[in-house]
Design a protein around this ligand. Structure first.
Ligand code: BES
Ligand code: MN
Ligand code: ZN
Length: 503
């Protein structure tokens, strides 16, 4: 998407396919740029408003065809709902509505008017919200469609119209930042949408290597099975054993700050397919388990955005990548694995594989003496039962880190709720014959998974994010069309941005 920022006069002069304007419920009289457009269009906007055919209700849209002293061919009105309920996230949703409506009109370029003061947002957040909403809402995954490709439509250009010349540099900068972040979300969504036969651990590793090539401050390393064996990553290798696809341990480093500064380690679970293994999942919806690498995809997206934005932070991404299949050599229920930490794990259920590969990644993270470790994983169905489809679960050992993540989530609109990790959960993961067991049954499943992970975290601030629900949407959700959401990418970028602002 090409994003331009222009002074508003151009709207009235140039021939323009469509301009979208955003209006609060009951927002009369019209002010600012909207009133200019309305005047040029002989009061068309006033008229629809007076007829009560458009009231500015949240997500309400109307399309107008002005005649009169203007070259604007169409105006899309988008409702913002009640002023008192408004937020940056509502602006993203409204942006998505504008973009999607423009696409349905088959236009190639969309203009939007932006009046941050009217929205009571800063220019940065208003711009970011509208650009994010439009671009994220227009995402489509069409790579594998070969029929009727000419019917695939895309809005290619976005013009942001503002009234005051002096704000142009600020708005340009914010739009550029938003566009880069959206590109990273698209990257993550594409990785997740790709089917498991195309998106294998080897392909993921190759993608990361090629991303790292494009940035001076980025470096990628891929550990092969032999390397993992040498390191004693037998929990990860135990999961990989049932599959013919070689597993990979992908390491991405981005050094945006002095070399010696301890990095933030982001760990992303990457099961490119999770069949459950010998503890096989039911057939229904098993296809969705191609998305079990969404944590890894979020880490890849976030680090590539951090590099594009030149964020002054050091980050290490660790992505254990494998398939979980019931092959002849597969790990069996009852097997005991010796993890890289030396601790032994009894495998009660081979479908609780995420925590096994994360255990070794958490141990490996200790090598970097990190300032913080955050893991992100489609870890448990139990988290969906607890919080629903749209909310990620947060558990961890460090209050300050949790508060930072909570704040970032409030800024990006990626819903998150903390679940407790009290001491009384810790005994549940003990095994009778090994140190720990990988499954404790249904009660508190999201939390007992986190309790298990905590056994492999060294003396570092740590937070675990369970994205089993929001990683994959079965229904359109404003700026997240159904399918892969790319959840976590914007959250991490915001967290890292705030982090770099803080020191
Ligand atoms: N990848 C799944 C969790 C999952 C379920 C993600 C639904 C997205 C949607 C994970 O590996 C898994 O199978 N977890 C088990 C753990 C259980 C066996 C302790 C689960 O949640 O049922
Ligand atoms: Mn599983
Ligand atoms: Zn899984």
């Amino acid at each position: 998407m090409q994003v331009n920022v222009d002074k508003d006069q151009i709207i009235l002069k140039k021939s323009i396919e469509v301009v979208a304007v955003f209006l609060f419920e009951g927002q009369l009289p019209l002010g600012g740029m909207v009133s200019h457009i309305d005047k040029a269009a002989n009061g068309l906007i006033q008229q629809i408003w007076k007829e009560n055919d458009f009231e500015g209700k949240l997500h309400q849209t109307a399309i107008l065809y002005p005649r009169g002293n203007t070259e604007i061919r169409r105006v899309i009105l988008v409702g913002l709902g009640k002023r008192g309920d408004f937020s940056a996230d509502k602006m993203r949703a409204a942006g998505a509505k504008a973009g999607q409506t423009a696409r349905s009109l088959k236009v190639k370029s969309l203009a939007v008017t932006l009046e941050a003061d009217e929205l009571e947002l800063s220019w940065e957040s208003a711009t970011e919200a509208v650009v994010e909403g439009i671009i994220l809402g227009l995402y489509q995954f069409t790579e594998f469609k070969t029929l009727d490709r000419e019917s695939i439509r895309d809005v290619e250009q976005l013009h942001i119209m503002i009234q005051d010349l002096k704000n142009i540099p600020l708005v340009k900068k914010a739009a550029d930042r938003a566009e880069k972040i959206c590109r990273a979300v698209y990257l993550s969504r594409n990785l997740v949408s790709s089917p498991a036969n195309e998106m294998t651990p080897s392909v993921m590793a190759r993608e990361v290597l090629s991303i790292a090539k494009g940035h001076k401050k980025m470096k990628a390393t891929v550990l092969e099975a032999a390397d993992m064996k040498r390191l004693g990553m037998n929990a990860l290798l135990g999961v990989a054993r049932g599959s013919e696809e070689p597993s990979k341990f992908i390491i991405i480093e981005y050094r945006g700050e002095g070399k010696e500064r301890p990095p933030i380690v982001l760990i992303g679970k990457a099961l490119t397919f999770d069949s459950g293994g010998i503890s096989l999942k039911p057939a229904e919806k098993m296809d969705e388990m191609k998305t079990d690498m969404a944590g890894g995809a979020a880490v890849i997206g976030a680090i590539s955005a951090a590099a594009e934005l030149h964020l002054p932070v050091n980050i290490v991404g660790l992505i254990p990548a494998t398939e979980n299949l019931p092959g002849g050599k597969a790990c069996k229920p009852g097997d005991i694995l010796k993890s890289m930490s030396g601790k032994t794990i009894e495998v009660i259920n081979t479908d609780a594989e995420g925590r096994l590969i994360l255990a070794d990644a958490l141990t490996y993270a200790g090598r970097f003496k990190p300032a913080a470790i955050i893991d992100i994983a489609t870890l448990t169905g139990a988290c969906i039962v607890a919080l629903g489809d749209h909310v990620m679960g947060m558990m961890g050992t460090d209050e300050k880190l949790k508060a930072r993540i909570k704040k970032a989530s409030e800024q990006t609109g990626e819903l998150l709720w903390e679940l407790p990790l009290w001491e009384n959960y810790q005994d549940l993961v003990k095994s009778d014959i090994a140190d720990y067991k990988n499954s404790t049954g249904r009660p508190g499943g999201a939390i007992t998974a986190a309790a298990f992970l905590s056994k492999f975290v060294g003396p570092y601030p740590w937070v675990h994010l369970d994205i089993a629900g929001p990683a994959w949407l079965t229904k359109d959700q404003t700026y997240n069309p159904k399918g892969a959401s790319g959840v976590g990418v914007r959250l991490f970028v915001q967290l890292l941005t705030n982090w770099s602002d803080a020191h």
